[in-house]
Design a protein around this ligand. Sequence first.
Ligand SMILES: Nc1ncnc2c1ncn2[C@@H]1O[C@H](COP(=O)(O)OP(=O)(O)OP(=O)(O)O)[C@@H](O)[C@H]1O
Ligand SMILES: [Mg+2]
Length: 347
Amino acid sequence: MTTSAAPRHARAPELAVSTTGLRKTYRTRKGRRVAVEGLDLHVPRGGVHGFLGPNGSGKTTTIRMLLGLVRPDSGSMTLFGKPVPAQLPAVVDRVGAIVEQPKFFPAFTARRNLELLAAGIGAPKQRVPEVLAEVGLGERGGDRFRSYSLGMKQRLAIAGTLLKDPELLIFDEPTNGLDPAGIHEIRQTMRGLADAGRTVLVSSHILNEVQQVADTVTIIGRGRLLAEGDVDAILARGGTEAVRVRVPDPAAAAEVLARVGFAPSPGDPGTVLVRSGAPGVPLDSAQVNRALADHGIYLAELVWQRPDLEEVFLSLTAEEHLGAGAPRAAPPAPLAPTAPRRSGGRS
Ligand SMILES: Nc1ncnc2c1ncn2[C@@H]1O[C@H](COP(=O)(O)OP(=O)(O)OP(=O)(O)O)[C@@H](O)[C@H]1O
Ligand SMILES: [Mg+2]
């Protein structure tokens, strides 16, 4: 293969998923609650796209709107370039999704469960062994569902979404409740699906969990877009070198550091994450230490950080976290271009 050869997933003109200005509010007893606020989402075709944000940031609501389960207040959405929900019937067979846990019969084998599911959705029975193999359960199809580990159960759910051979898979927090081994299995399964040419849109509130498998990501906070694009590009831009300092009063330390020109953001409890305040200027940890000491703040620990998405997220939402009760900051501009792109195979 030459370097000019087409990428494995040829770039198609349209996106697998897009939303523009998507908005959803829920009525509650305390009034209206904004779940999704003007969200623009761009999921390129092919690869794994991480849809990331903390609890309550609007991921499930967005996914439910895409699947026609919840009606948006305003904004537009497309699947494969077709406006939805208007044209959902035309594209629904090209999409497989896990939003809620599917119900399987505990006493039936995995194979029998999938056969029943296939019959229910009009998928050919011959697909059952194929999808079991695709999620790595080829050898275990004859086992009863109740004997499966949580990771295997989740892979069986994924197998169920593959019965109609969809191009796009949408998984809402598929690793919830799994142990590290189960999470690894699901990651491998998603990677395999993408490498076979499908598009996987996967949500998670654990940013770093998806960082390892995603080609591109969208990061949201409070229903708004915070960053989107290629994982490596976001890490390179947002995840600049940083030091984590442990101090008695992180808020006071952050204030001092900001005043002398550093860019502090909240770290784990009791710590502040500090970056260089000027683009292109390397961070000098000795200067961080000196600035704090000059103001009578003595640090108990200083650790250099390797960039990760969690850190990018924290820096993007720093204003919200630091100023409790402060008015919400305007959403920062996306870190990376919105054009669909795909990195080479990550694993
Ligand atoms: N049916 C509902 N009625 C009222 N409020 C809702 C409803 N569903 C979601 N919300 C609210 O909308 C906001 C977004 O919720 P959503 O479930 O979409 O977030 P999420 O990113 O999926 O969170 P998580 O990571 O916890 O799954 C939250 O404030 C939530 O409380
Ligand atoms: Mg959710």
